[in-house]
Write a protein that binds this ligand. Structure first.
Ligand code: ATP
Ligand code: MG
Length: 447
């Protein structure tokens, strides 16, 4: 992309309405525009990051054996009456009536809809296990939408639902989700800690929330710092292997980590003092096992091998896809702007031409651009006739992790400069080596 042709409406001033850094930077970097309270348009660069995050979520869900589909945003109230949640859900549910006076709602979540699909098509144990998921807009009429996309009213969520023959299989699905979520967040450059949580209106007794530590988080969290040393790294996981998944879950759930809802001061006090941490956290996902809470009232049953009819065991599993943009920025920024982790960055490298109109500099930038594209990378070329300082400031603000600076002086020596946004360190390299270096940085191990 050439900046002169892109739509990147950056703001010079700090927007007064933004209370936290991620909201401020998303507005300043021209990623979102509020359309009404808690509802946003996703401008091109914000949309690009949203899609990158969504793609990682899809890849990791599919890797875990979960099946993508798409359910609508508008749902009929009748299904929610069957589960009893039409009345229980309260004012967060946006209720609508259509021209025939039928009660509809904008889905805050999809347990009822998916259970209805399941009961219409599945009747035998032979179809199990089954995990279906989608990534779709949700609406919750939050009383206090705030912090930009962190607590929106309309937000983008991955929600998945597992259907299993018995509790053991459903707990394997729970474990599988925990492992796949750990990998998902790691790929985004985030550490999200699974913490024992409270089940809230969705119900059930087995649930973990995934929290990114940040001062601006809305939850109070208590944890043993040993948990922050854990990582999946390059481990290859067989998601069908119950023991392997259970062992990883055990590894992550043994150190104390809880939200204020489940915090137990007595147990916490037993952790060695130096490792006892209290902090704030941003909830970026949650997994639940809730047994037959929906399958029983809604009649989602299967016939077992012995001919018995039993309600299926279910769980639901959510990732806050749009909230993740805010969480990533809270975790990765400095005074100059965003610092995108390589896994989600909207552009792989920025090209800054120090002297637009200089024949040699222009030609070198064009060559770099083509070479990067040839390596499957997407550069953002600042080809505007701006001062170098303004170009650097824009690249820093929008968070491109690597910058190539091209100027007539360096070119005389056959070099361009490659700068890391995170460390600020620069290296002078030949254009060919700079391109090879970037290709190497972005090469992910095939899995
Ligand atoms: P919260 O406690 O933050 O209100 P929740 O527990 O009600 O969230 P879940 O039903 O667990 O939310 O939804 C799954 C994920 O969707 C959450 O972990 C969170 O990341 C995201 N999410 C929930 N509500 C919002 C919102 N209003 N705006 C943006 N993301 C949200
Ligand atoms: Mg939750």
């Amino acid at each position: 992309m050439r900046l002169s042709r892109y739509f990147l409406p950056v703001l010079k001033e700090n927007p007064a309405e933004a209370q936290i850094v991620s909201h401020r930077l998303m507005l300043r970097a021209g990623m979102i525009k509020q359309s009404s309270a808690g509802i946003y348009s996703w401008l091109p660069m914000g949309f690009k990051v949203l899609k990158n995050i969504e793609n990682i979520v899809h890849e990791e869900q599919i890797r875990a054996g979960h099946i993508p589909m798409l359910m609508p945003t508008l749902q009929s109230a009748d299904l929610w009456r069957e589960s009893g949640r039409y009345d229980d859900y309260g004012e967060e549910m946006l209720r609508i009536s259509d021209r025939h006076g039928r009660d509809m709602l904008y889905g805050p979540t999809n347990e009822e809809l998916i259970t209805d699909i399941f009961r219409s098509h599945v009747s035998s144990y032979k179809s199990l296990p089954l995990t279906l998921y989608h990534i779709q807009w949700k609406f919750r009429d939050e009383i206090r939408p705030r912090f930009g996309v962190m607590r929106g009213r309309e937000f983008y969520m991955k929600d998945g639902y597992n259907f299993d023959i018995d509790k053991d299989s459903a707990l394997h699905a729970y474990n599988r989700h925990m492992v796949s979520y750990l990998r998902t967040y790691e790929r985004m450059g985030l550490q999200a800690i699974p913490m024992r949580a409270d089940s809230g209106p969705i119900g059930g007794d087995n649930t973990h929330e995934f929290l990114v530590l940040a001062d601006t988080g809305e939850s109070e969290v208590f944890y043993d710092s040993a948990i922050t040393d854990l990582s999946l790294g390059e481990r290859v996981v067989d998601y069908d292997d119950r023991e392997e998944c259970a062992a990883i879950v055990k590894e992550w759930t043994t150190p104390y980590a809880r939200t204020d809802e489940t915090h137990d001061a007595g147990v916490f006090a037993q952790i060695p003092e130096g490792r006892r941490k209290t902090s704030r956290g941003i909830e970026v996902g949650q997994i639940f096992y809730f047994g037959t809470k929906y399958s029983e009232p809604m009649g989602a049953t299967v016939v077992t091998e012995t001919g018995e009819s039993v309600p299926v065991h279910m769980g639901s599993h959510g990732i806050g896809v749009s909230r993740l943009l805010g969480a990533i920025i809270e975790a990765s920024h400095d005074d100059n702007g965003i610092i995108w982790p390589e896994g989600v960055t909207p552009f792989h490298a920025g090209i800054v031409n120090l002297k637009q109109g200089d024949a040699a500099a222009d030609a070198a930038c064009e060559d770099l651009y083509k070479a990067l594209v040839g390596r499957g990378l997407e550069p953002l070329y600042d080809d505007r006739s701006e001062r170098a300082g303004a170009k650097f400031a824009t690249m820093d603000l929008i968070g491109v992790p690597w910058r190539l600076t091209v100027g007539p002086r360096g070119l005389k020596n056959g070099v361009v400069e490659l700068t890391s946004r995170r460390t600020g360190e620069s290296e002078e390299l030949s254009p060919e080596i700079a391109v090879a270096r970037l290709a190497e940085i972005y090469a992910r191990p095939a899995s």
